[in-house]
Write a protein that binds this ligand. Structure first.
Ligand code: PAF
Length: 281
């Protein structure tokens, strides 16, 4: 497995693979890789001849006061995980390689990005769409892999790829959880032991709402209230949002009809965590 830092090196390598008739999968990440990322790499290795993992903490998707500086980084660990999982190339650029001094072109979307995480993170999806578009142009993969934990991101990128005719297959992969149900996230490392325990409330609240739904409740308001009740009972938790939205349009629903995304964002102490479940009728 090779680690490269420049766009030209990626282009040269992909060109050579293409010359050999090989297919290419891309797993875009911000590093500090965990089992969730590994499941994306595993799937990419299954489905492609060659796999590129990008490791880039993208400054453009962080708002003022967010955790850009403190975002965890450990390239040696990431490289070991990628190698073990069977990736072929890591692209690990500096911000100056991705954003030249006079950078001024953006990819933005005026649907799907206004609600959920977009409400409290107004610049986030513009940053994500821009960097993912750049990675798609640099790597030109056949397929790209994204986790279902960032469900809104998955919806936004799928929509962007269709709008802009990227001709890349977007593969969404299931959430990977710790044994106690907490969704794996690089940001879990911010939690102290007490917060880590409290953080299980996210999964628990969604699980209970899902059970209520399976028992026959289909009013979104009632399911939402149940989630809020459970979250509010945890003293270390502060709700950012709890929403039940249509999984296609991401618009709020009143009744569960078709595929509905139950999505939550919750501060545990200072750490903002997200989780979700899809329910279907
Ligand atoms: O999900 C992430 O880690 C990031 O948003 C992504 C897709 C790598 C873009 O920076």
């Amino acid at each position: 497995m090779k680690i490269v830092n420049t766009i030209q090196e990626v282009r040269d390598q992909v060109k050579e693979w293409r010359r050999q008739g090989l297919s290419v999968g891309l797993v875009p990440t911000m590093g500090y890789l965990h089992e969730g990322h590994k499941s994306l790499i595993d799937r990419a290795v299954e489905q492609n001849d060659r796999v590129v993992v990008s490791v880039f903490v993208n400054p453009m998707q962080f708002g003022p006061g967010e955790d850009l500086e403190s975002y965890p980084r450990d390239m040696d660990r990431d490289a070991a995980l990628c190698e073990k999982a069977g990736a072929h190339l890591i692209f690990h650029p500096e911000p100056s390689e991705m954003y030249q001094k006079d950078f001024s072109s953006y990819v933005d979307m005026n649907t799907l990005t206004g609600g959920l995480c977009g409400k409290s993170r107004p610049v986030h999806f513009r940053g994500v769409c821009t960097v993912v578009s750049k990675l798609f142009h640099i790597v030109t993969p056949d397929r790209a892999y994204f986790g279902q934990k960032d469900a809104q991101q998955l919806a936004v990128i799928s929509h962007m790829v269709s709008d802009l005719n990227f001709g890349i297959e977007i593969v969404g992969c299931p959430i990977v959880r710790e044994e106690d149900g907490l969704a794996k996230s690089s940001r879990n490392t911010y939690l102290n032991p007490e917060e880590r325990k409290a953080a299980t409330v996210l999964n628990r609240s969604l699980e209970e709402a899902q059970e209520l739904f399976l028992a026959g409740e289909s009013r979104a308001e009632v399911l939402k209230e149940r989630i809020c009740q459970i979250l509010e009972a945890e003293p270390l938790a502060r709700i950012d949002y709890v929403e039940l939205v249509d999984w296609q349009s991401l618009e709020p629903v009143e009744e569960i009809n078709g595929c509905v995304l139950m999505a939550i964002a919750v501060f545990i102490g200072k750490t903002r965590l997200i989780d979700n479940r899809i329910i279907e009728k």
